[in-house]
Design a protein around this ligand. Structure first.
Ligand code: SF4
Length: 132
């Protein structure tokens, strides 16, 4: 999803509550004024009004968004999971692996694109030298 965050091009909240909204667990002083929890308290923004304490609601992993990373052709800055902690202990390890695999495929794809471009440019340069 496009974002107004100045250092990111898009936010990918790949982990969400199954019935809408998000969930995270406040674990430190740094979580005191959690922006995500405030947003989650507001149904206008799609929140489920559950506090970020106690037991998590049923969560889902958005595998479709992760799969689409593999088709990206230009570098973009993704803010992955701005609404939760993807490495929280309530997140299944297999989901974390799926996310990291998706990032690897994205990075590999972009490097392959860059290498193809370099190869094409070097071919063009070779042809230019031959023509000269
Ligand atoms: S999203 Fe989670 S980790 Fe981040 S501030 Fe809120 S409760 Fe803390």
């Amino acid at each position: 999803m496009p974002t107004n965050i100045e250092w990111a091009n898009l936010t990918d909240n790949i982990i969400r509550a199954k019935r809408g909204g998000w969930w995270c667990q406040k674990i430190s002083e740094g979580c005191k004024n959690c922006y995500s929890e405030k947003l989650n308290q507001n149904s206008f923004f799609g929140g489920n009004k559950q506090p970020y304490s106690g037991q998590p609601p049923e969560l889902v992993l958005d595998t479709e968004t992760i799969r689409k990373w593999g088709f990206q052709r230009k570098p973009k800055k993704h803010f992955v999971s701005s609404m939760t902690d993807v490495f929280g202990e309530w997140i299944p390890r297999s989901w974390q692996h799926e996310m990291l695999d998706g990032m690897f495929v994205l990075e590999f794809g972009l490097k392959a694109q860059a290498q193809k471009k370099l190869l094409r440019e070097s071919e063009i340069n070779k042809q230019t030298i031959v023509l000269n």
